[in-house]
Design a protein around this ligand. Sequence first.
Ligand SMILES: [Zn+2]
Length: 344
Amino acid sequence: MREEIINTKNTALAQIMDAVAEEELERLRIEYLGRNGKINNLLSRIKELDPSERKNLGSLINESKKTIEDAIKQRINEFTSKSISGSEWFDLSIPGILPRIGNLHAQTKVLTKILDIFSFLGYRIADGPEIEKDYYNFEILNFPKDHPARDAQQTMFFDTTGTKNKPGELIPRTHTSAMQGRIMEKTKPPFRVVVPGRCFRYEQVDASHGVDFWQVEGFAVDEDIRFTDLLGTIDFVLRELFGQGVKIRFATTFFPFVEPGVDTYISCTACNGKGCGFCKRSGWSEVMPAGMIHPNVLNACKIDSEKWRGFAFAIGLSRAVCLKYQIDDIRILYNPDIRILKQY
Ligand SMILES: [Zn+2]
């Protein structure tokens, strides 16, 4: 009977090791350890044995029972942990592979920063059409039809053949200043507004010019606004944007819709003021033309220019992005190569 016990145990262990599913282990447990199983069957035959053998064989059967029980438990644990971790064991502490995620375009980052600065200063943000009426792009801004300053705007025109529009009546806007009239006509002063948007000009494409570019127009109208408020605003905004140490220079200039007009330059960040292609070898880059709103513009918008005054400015966004990230060619911003855009 000793051999029979040992054979039963060994057969059971072999079958348990070969089991390929948990259900098979359950079947083996019933076959060997169940009430009518093989182990109980052996135990029930103990009493037939000679009393001198009973004790030894009894404990051998109990040991075999324990061994079979442990083997089944161990295999069940293996199946359970496999079903958690998949078909193969792996190290849960190894860092995962991060999914590829995008990043914001350099221009979006700088635009967000600019809008944050103006929101802090109490400006509201407005949006407007890219295809604009000649009236808002030019006429209301003190550019009469025959005004020579229109030439400086390098306007592009639509082919209106076969449409209801007269030639030149609708144009791709040349500046977001076109929104001044639209907003001032409908809003009672005082107000402060910024208008980010895309503009179009017939320019020779080079390191610092494109046929379409982004501008952030801004204007404020109130009872007691002075020229020094404008200079202070520009100074604050540019230092917030480019760092407190940036060099700023103002120069007088002419735009029909402001009087007086100023051009704002900052020291070129691409060459640190030494002179490069980006700053046309001057060491300075024009970044924020501005001025006091011309009384003719206020009057055209039905705002009493005797009572109200205002200033207006525009930030060349694409150029500001280049200055911020020391990009010496504006065309890089239109490059779709992710490897280039990821650097900013
Ligand atoms: Zn430069």
